[in-house]
Ligand binder design. Structure first.
Ligand code: NI
Ligand code: MN
Length: 227
């Protein structure tokens, strides 16, 4: 599966020829100035919650590409009001089969409000299950015991995308435990270094995962890799 990192918690994967983009926050990110938001292809845009650092460019990209937005009911309703009615609403614990694979919306411990102050429902994460691999994107969350439900209810994960920047989400120490809870050894770190509050020591973070026999991958913004 091809994985492209766009900074903060934004990335895209290509599964069965479909581009699935997660949590687009590019134009307001000073570290992602070299990314042209108008060049991003998307068939689906998955939004974990309504905070600006996860949805800033969602409407622009949705309008450019005609992508279907997948998120919780409240967020999908908000985009329909904004004029993008190609959406699929989920709520926690629910899954749906799309043409690239199955998406399950899972619990996150965080908050959520849309950029204009509209209630964004409860925040979540996603488990993506496909013929080309399975992965978990935690969204913004604290470490939570609910993560233990993922290996009980979903196929074995090939990798997990976890926030590691601390302050607004779990830090890397807790993310190591999260990786244990979801029974996954390959972690792609997100939600770090974008702002002062979430700066991390890369070597210390990687060493913390390595000490538990796990790999932490930290990608450059714009970098693409097979996972
Ligand atoms: Ni957030
Ligand atoms: Mn965030």
């Amino acid at each position: 599966m091809q994985f492209t990192f766009y900074g903060q918690s934004c990335f895209s994967v290509n599964i069965k020829g479909k581009n699935i983009l997660f949590d687009p926050f590019i134009t307001p990110n000073p570290k992602a100035k070299h990314i042209d938001v108008n060049s991003i292809q998307a068939d689906y845009i998955l939004l974990s919650h309504g905070h600006g650092d996860h949805v800033a460019d969602a409407l622009t990209i949705a309008k450019n590409t005609g992508a279907k937005i997948v998120s919780n009911y409240e967020i999908i309703s908000w985009y329909a009001e904004k004029g993008h009615d190609n959406g699929h609403p989920l709520n926690h614990g629910g899954a749906w089969n799309f043409d690239f694979g199955k998406v399950k919306y899972v619990n996150a411990v965080h908050s959520s409000v849309l950029p204009d102050g509209t209630y964004g429902g409860n925040p979540g994460g996603f488990v993506i299950m496909s013929d080309e691999g399975n992965f978990y994107f935690a969204g913004d969350t604290a470490l939570t015991l609910d993560m233990k439900l993922i290996p009980m209810t979903c196929p074995k994960l090939d990798f997990a995308v976890l926030p590691i920047g601390d302050n607004f989400t779990m830090g890397y120490e807790d993310a190591v435990i999260a990786a244990e809870f979801v029974e996954c050894d390959k972690i792609i770190g997100v939600h770090y270094d974008t702002f002062g509050y979430i700066g991390i020591d890369h070597d210390a973070a990687k060493a913390a995962f390595e000490a538990k026999g796990k790999e932490l991958i930290l990608m450059e913004i714009g970098e693409r890799k097979e996972v």
